[in-house]
Write a protein that binds this ligand. Structure first.
Ligand code: SF4
Length: 235
């Protein structure tokens, strides 16, 4: 499995204290990506690690998984390495390790991966397909189909929506409309405000020039979703 970096964080990508692995490679190219180093399939900084060694490392870290913690796989896009990921998730499940996947939602194998995972965070960046193609470099058709399928199956998920001024912050209703008619009782929503922590990692032109949200924008999205009885978590 190709790993770009790893580290612990608390309650950001799943519950409790977690060992977070950033896998190399992504099939999207979001113009605001805060980890642009992780996008190419190949990166000399990434290490190829056998999944049995990874499982050993996770088990050795077990005492650090306090407050309901565990291990999280993110990216890049973790599901691009679906064969290794599913095998590793099986090994960890057999050991009782709590697992979380943070994904852009585009994998045709997401449902299979979700069944092996305790927590699932699915990013939803734009509802409109053409805008998604422009800003993220890929269609969102499979993302939407996966989100619908997961919700319809009753799977508990966290839908994470990054808000970027001038990209997707005009209409909370455009996002909310996608979920209307679905039973969202098992879904939590989280809105993330644009930041520029990863700007320095971009090679080439960084195209987001005015991405910071005007005051009150995030609250407007949260309030709209709450008014529709969607569960919103604020971070
Ligand atoms: S999906 Fe995530 S990792 Fe991939 S380009 Fe977009 S923000 Fe970056």
């Amino acid at each position: 499995m190709k790993i770009l970096q790893k580290g612990f964080n608390y309650s950001q990508d799943g519950p409790g204290n977690r060992l977070v692995y950033h896998l190399q490679g992504c099939n999207f190219k979001c113009k605001w990506c805060s980890n642009a180093d992780s996008i190419p399939a190949e990166n000399p900084k990434a290490k190829d690690v056998d999944i049995r060694d990874l499982a050993d490392e996770v088990l050795r870290s077990r005492m650090m998984f306090f407050d309901g913690g565990g291990v999280t796989f993110t990216g890049g896009e973790a599901t691009l390495q679906a064969d290794e990921l599913t095998e590793l998730l099986r090994l960890l499940r057999a050991e009782g390790i709590d697992t979380c996947i943070e994904t852009n939602g585009s994998s045709p194998r997401l449902i299979e991966i979700a069944e092996l995972t305790d927590h699932l965070i699915v990013d939803f960046k734009l509802a409109d397909e053409r805008s998604h193609m422009y800003w993220c470099g890929a269609s969102n058709r499979t993302v939407k189909a996966n989100i619908r399928a997961l919700i319809s199956s009753g799977r508990r998920i966290l839908v994470r929506i990054p808000l970027i001024h001038g990209v997707n912050d005009a209409s909370p209703e455009a996002f909310a409309e996608f979920f209307s008619g679905l039973d969202t009782s098992g879904v939590e929503f989280e809105f993330l405000a644009y930041h520029e922590y990863g700007k320095g990692k971009w090679r080439g032109r960084y195209e987001i020039s005015d991405g910071f949200l005007p005051p009150g924008t995030k609250e407007r999205f949260e309030n709209t979703f709450r008014s529709l009885n969607y569960k919103v978590i604020s971070t």
